[in-house]
Design a protein around this ligand. Structure first.
Ligand code: S3P
Length: 465
């Protein structure tokens, strides 16, 4: 029997160790039995900040994610004249909104989204009635990502983008005070695209109508909670959303739950470690986000959600996981893609240790993330000796090896500092053995600054080289 450690750690990510050098992992993690609390949800943190900037009065969030993506969002809002007090030690953030269309547009304003697609794609919508031309920039990874998906609908609302026909950052946006509502069809299953149009609809007179493939629905739930005029008709494949714009709303308080996407790394770490158990406390388990739990349970994991609660429309629960030595392969329904979109890399690792051949299909969006994640997943599986095949640039077959153990050196570098490639590689190292050298471990700060502290807390060993 394992000694049960029920001490929950409430990690203060501001005191994290700087790690500009590669990390070396050369020991598998030993058995553990712990309770942890991972960092706040990234999607909800960014949405809180953006909506609070449009509300009237002081909004307050507890447990806002202290990651670089959220810092970029907050810094952009500050540059737009929004007063923000973020006390990272006391773990709260106050945002003083002045209502819709209240940003202060200075000359030659440059907004830097750094690595965050969510920041740029959602924030740009709030600039479509700007009186001045605003430059939007991002880091190397973000500058490769498609912006046409928001330029098209936002141009229909009336905004202008420069240079014409450019679909990546850096870009300039210029708004208009003559916005018109639009009818929009979102067919990628992208919540960023849907949410971008929903935020633009807030600023536009009349009714915007969106027909959208299912994707994470945090923006809808927040609109409902804030009593923004929204109507949603749920369909089998598509939802219809109608929003009436130009209605100011009041400030609000919000407790950000833990991020299921960050939790996923520790769920799989536990599944693939021997005789271990973990409880992840107070995780956001919105139905549109828990594809990872559904997929892993279909593969034979016995992940349980306990202590379920509802909070302002969102579902929260504690996630209980135990080691599994009998994972089986999956032919994954494409219907689960959008609810697990950020978790596929770590799911591929689970499939690499499952019995049989797994098949994940229609994942074209995966190669459009911070790095080409489908290609990176395949590359890492090949490095660890797991046969896999990418089909038509959007699907992957993985021949699992339940008893896989490594006895070689592996180096992970030049991955555009994609935080999820970094985290997946670290979990692979801790569960497979071998000697891993992983460059740019700081990349994890994009979404999950407490990652290495939790690894240490669970007994995992790494060296900074
Ligand atoms: C996000 C939506 C997802 C996800 C991203 C965050 C969001 O992107 O990959 O990390 O907060 O809306 P898409 O909606 O474009 O798939």
């Amino acid at each position: 029997m394992l000694e049960v450690n029920i001490l929950a750690i409430h990690l203060n990510s501001t005191s994290n160790i700087l790690m500009p050098k590669p990390i070396i992992i050369k020991k598998e993690i030993k058995k553990f039995d712990k309770k942890i609390k991972v960092d706040g949800d990234k999607s909800l943190s960014i949405r809180f900040a953006l909506l609070a900037s449009q509300a009237i009065g002081k909004s307050k969030a507890n447990n806002l994610l202290k990651s670089e993506d959220v810092v970029s969002t907050i810094n952009c809002l500050k540059k737009l004249g929004v007063k923000i007090i973020w006390d990272k030690k006391k773990n709260f953030c106050e945002i003083y909104g002045n209502g819709l269309n209240s940003f202060a547009y200075k000359d030659n304003l440059i907004l830097d989204g750094k690595n965050s697609g969510t920041c740029v794609r959602l924030l740009t919508s709030l600039l479509i009635n700007s009186s001045k031309k605003i430059k939007i920039v991002g880091d190397k990874s973000l500058s490769k990502r498609d912006m046409k998906r928001i330029i098209d609908p936002l141009s229909e609302f009336g905004a202008t983008f420069y240079p014409k026909y450019r679909n990546t950052l850096p870009l300039y946006v210029k708004g208009t005070d003559n916005l018109t509502p639009i009818n929009y069809i979102e067919s990628k299953g992208s919540s960023q695209c849907k949410s971008s149009v929903m935020l633009a609809a807030l600023l536009s007179p009349g009714q915007t109508k969106i027909k959208c493939k299912h994707s994470r629905n945090h923006t809808e739930l927040l609109f409902k909670y804030l009593k923004i005029p929204i109507k949603i008709k749920k369909g089998r494949n598509f939802d219809i959303i109608k929003i009436k714009g130009k209605k100011n709303f009041n400030s609000f308080n919000y407790n950000i739950p833990s991020d299921i996407s960050s939790s996923a790394f520790f769920i799989v770490l536990t599944l693939l470690s021997k005789n271990s158990k973990i409880v992840l406390e107070k995780v956001g388990v919105n139905d549109s986000r828990i594809g990872v739990v559904t997929i892993l349970n279909k593969m034979g994991a016995k992940i349980k959600l306990k202590n379920k609660k509802k909070y302002k429309g969102e579902k929260i629960a504690d996630i209980h996981v135990r080691s599994s030595n009998s994972l089986k392969s999956i032919n994954c329904s494409k219907k689960l893609n959008s609810s697990a979109i950020d978790e596929f890399l770590i799911i591929f690792l689970a499939a690499a240790r499952a019995k049989g051949v797994s098949y994940f299909k229609n994942l074209e969006e995966l190669n459009k993330k911070e790095s080409k994640r489908l290609d990176w997943g395949s590359k890492i599986l090949s490095m660890i000796g797991v046969k896999n095949q990418i089909i038509n640039n959007h699907s992957i077959k993985i021949w699992g090896q339940p008893n896989l153990k490594l006895n070689k050196n592996i180096e992970i570098k030049n991955y555009l500092k994609d935080h999820r490639v970094m985290a997946m590689s670290s979990i692979a190292a801790l569960t497979l053995g071998g000697k891993w050298k992983i460059h740019d471990p700081d990349s994890i700060k994009t979404s999950f600054p407490s990652f290495f502290k939790i690894i240490k807390f669970l007994g995992g060993r790494y060296e900074v080289n």
